[in-house]
Design a protein around this ligand. Structure first.
Ligand SMILES: [Zn+2]
Length: 686
């Protein structure tokens, strides 16, 4: 469906502002043997989760007390270490309270997770504004320390200043109040989307014409023949891509784009106002300026310039794509004057069938969920020289979740959990999150994938669309970054705790591996016959999937620009609907549909605030990275190991720009990105 295809596939750990990013994405410390590292290991109910989080918060306080009690000279060991340990407590507790909020099967545990996550965030805000701790840190001499420690200290002090630690007591109290308020509102916003899908009811099976047989079979009609479809991705994506009925697609489009409306509208406006007030208190003219101050991009003005460059590079091709699609649709339905938003995916699919002889449904039988999972694991294993083994003895929060150990040679270096199929009340999106932060020789990094792929039910092979498989690769890229980067001495620089606008580079880099015939043929086998995905079908699929890239980029620019436009002005100038219409019309070639309230379910506004551009910037970096690999032998040579060593393993111990330079030998540029976009028009078969 349009937004599914265009929206990114990952939402990282939610955060309040750049300062909360520090608090919630930094982590560390080994816990005592008898201290469970997992909230779900004990009794998974309200009392159990409250006690578990309470214990971590008590330990956080103990580390801070120890830190502040130091007499005499401040050192890395007596000050930075307990600071890092304190943050680790917050991060273990915050990460897992959030997981229970997003993933627990029982409603009371989700409620509890929500409340506890807020509580941890509040403790995080308090630490971020603690002047005594800040002064103690500034008194540590790191001049002779290793580069990672120096970088960690510099970034920590920067985040303290951005948080307003140097303000007077009443101002700090006001900042904290606003941060806590934003946290609470963000969780409400997310939960409204998570727990209240919209539904579309069709009168009988005939309305599902065009949809795959297994989709129809999986939707049993009620006694009167009516079939209820939900806005969950497993229903909405196939409907938007395949349904012959334009009426059904339009209904689904509207149902999808009015999720959590109207309840989230006021919540969003309130969040935008609070963020703006916060930015003002902290000396910034807008929230976008505050939110970019600790990012690679540096300022909102730089962001704007970057987005304009990408716009110039993608606009002509995107219009060319649209004209081709419109001409094609006219051949089929003379008299059409434009392709509406709710017909775009459908016509793109039809176009691929005819022009590239590619039927996207024809590859689904080769992508049953279980084989795809094994294929993604095997590819990552070969690429990064690690092995994965099921960890059947580890407790999980739901019987459908699997746990895995990660080995580098014979050494256990991390763990991850796969929660891959929809459940009632579960988060609706596709994302990767930290579970336990890694610290070299002290604590194993752990991560999780939270996804909503087909399958997971007895008798359902879980046939995936190829875009689903790409998403799986993407999320696994995050996971590898989290685990391989989780071997640093400090929790605060572990895993993907780099600048947020670098985080989507390793994930988008791994997406590119999906197109390689050798890799695809290693796992894509027909779920009934075992036949390997034919080479010519892969070629047609790749040609078809290259079509529409410039339009995809334009859509990304829409999300980026809309996110920026809500955060680069005073609240009085924010009209959610008017800006939506303007930005939509600027970047999409098809008309805006009245009644579209997309913002009410645009959850990236919570986690990424003004900074959706992250995906575009990181796509540029990812393609530049990928251009370094030998296309004829992706898994061979030393490029993959060089990538692992220079980009993934440093985690957040270096600025993103240095990671880029370390691998490329220069800053990123738009060249590989432009070649990638142009690929569709270089194909003579077209
Ligand atoms: Zn992602």
């Amino acid at each position: 469906m349009p937004f599914r295809r265009y929206v990114p596939v990952c939402s990282l750990f939610p955060k309040v502002t750049s300062l909360a990013l520090l608090i919630l994405l930094t982590q560390a410390i080994s816990l005592a043997q008898d201290d469970p590292l997992h909230i779900w290991a004990g009794k998974l109910d309200r009392a159990g989760t409250e006690k578990w989080v309470g214990d971590h918060l008590a330990r956080e306080q103990k580390y801070l007390d120890d830190l502040l009690a130091v007499k005499g000279q401040r050192t890395i060991e007596n000050t930075l270490r307990p600071f890092d340990d304190a943050q680790n407590e917050l991060n273990v507790a915050g990460s897992q309270a959030y997981l229970m909020f997003a993933l627990a099967s029982q409603k009371d545990v989700r409620d509890s997770g929500q409340a506890l996550f807020q509580k941890v965030q509040q403790a995080g805000s308090a630490l971020a504004l603690n002047q005594e701790v800040y002064r103690a840190l500034t008194a540590v001499d790191v001049a002779m320390a290793d580069p990672a420690t120096r970088h960690y200290m510099e970034r920590t002090l920067l985040e303290y200043r951005l948080a307003g630690v140097d303000k007077d007591a009443s101002t700090r109290a006001e900042i904290k109040k606003q941060l806590d308020h934003i946290t609470e509102s963000q969780l409400k916003f997310g939960r409204n989307v998570q727990e209240n899908p919209n539904h579309v009811v069709v009168k009988d099976k005939s309305d599902l014409a065009g949809l795959p047989p297994d989709f129809v079979a999986a939707h049993a009609p009620a006694e009167n023949g009516a079939i209820t479809l939900s806005t969950d991705e497993t229903d909405s994506t196939p409907v938007m891509t395949y349904a012959a009925s334009e009426d059904l697609r339009k209904k689904m489009y509207m149902a999808y784009n009015t999720r959590a409306y109207p309840e989230n509208k006021d919540i969003l406006l309130d969040i935008l106002k609070t963020r703006y007030d916060l930015a003002k208190i902290l000396g910034y003219s807008t929230f976008a300026d505050l939110a970019t101050a600790d990012q690679m991009i540096g300022t909102a003005a730089n962001m704007k310039t970057f987005l304009e460059e990408v716009d110039s590079a993608s606009l002509p091709d995107s219009r060319r794509e649209y004209d081709l699609l419109l001409a094609f649709a006219r051949e089929k339905h003379p008299g059409i004057t434009s392709i509406p938003a709710y017909a775009h995916s459908y016509w793109a699919d039809q176009y691929a069938r005819e022009r590239f002889n590619f039927d996207s449904q024809s590859v689904r039988p080769y992508f049953p969920y279980d084989r795809v999972q094994q294929g993604v694991l095997d590819t990552a294993s070969n690429l990064f020289h690690v092995t994965f083994k099921p960890a059947t003895d580890l407790p999980v929060w739901d019987p459908s979740v699997s746990a895995w150990n990660v080995f580098d040679g014979s050494q256990l270096i991390g763990r991850f959990y796969l929660d891959m199929h929809p459940r009632a009340g579960k988060d609706k999106w596709f994302s990767s999150a930290p579970v336990v932060p890694g610290i070299k020789n002290r604590q194993l990094p752990e991560g999780v994938l939270m996804c909503n792929f087909a399958g997971g039910k007895a008798g359902d092979p879980g046939l995936m669309q190829y875009s689903d498989v790409v998403i799986f690769f993407h999320e696994f890229g995050h996971l590898m970054h989290n685990i391989l980067g989780g071997q640093q001495a400090w929790s605060g620089v572990a895993g993907f705790q780099t600048e947020t606008d670098f985080v989507e580079a390793p994930s988008q880099m791994l997406e590119e591996f999906f197109h390689d015939p050798g890799i695809l043929r290693s796992f894509a086998k027909h779920y009934q016959t075992g036949e390997v995905l034919p080479v010519d079908l892969i070629e047609r699929m790749n040609r078809a999937s290259a079509f529409g890239r410039a339009g995809w980029v334009q859509a990304q620019l829409f999300y980026s620009t809309y996110s920026l436009d809500l955060h680069d002005r005073a609240p009085a100038q924010v009209d959610l609907d008017a800006i939506l219409r303007t930005d939509f019309s600027r970047f999409f070639p098809y008309p805006f549909v009245d009644g579209n309230r997309f913002y009410a379910s645009f959850t990236h506004l919570m986690g990424y605030s003004s900074n959706y551009y992250t995906y575009v910037l990181d796509k540029v970096i990812a393609l530049d990275f990928f251009s370094q690999f030998d296309r004829g032998d992706l898994l061979g040579g030393d490029t993959a190991m060089r990538y692992r060593r220079t980009v993934l393993e440093p985690g957040g111990s270096k600025p993103g720009t240095e990671l880029v330079r370390g691998f490329l030998g220069r800053p990123q540029n738009l060249e590989a990105f432009k070649l990638w976009m142009d690929e569709e028009f270089r194909d003579p078969a077209k």
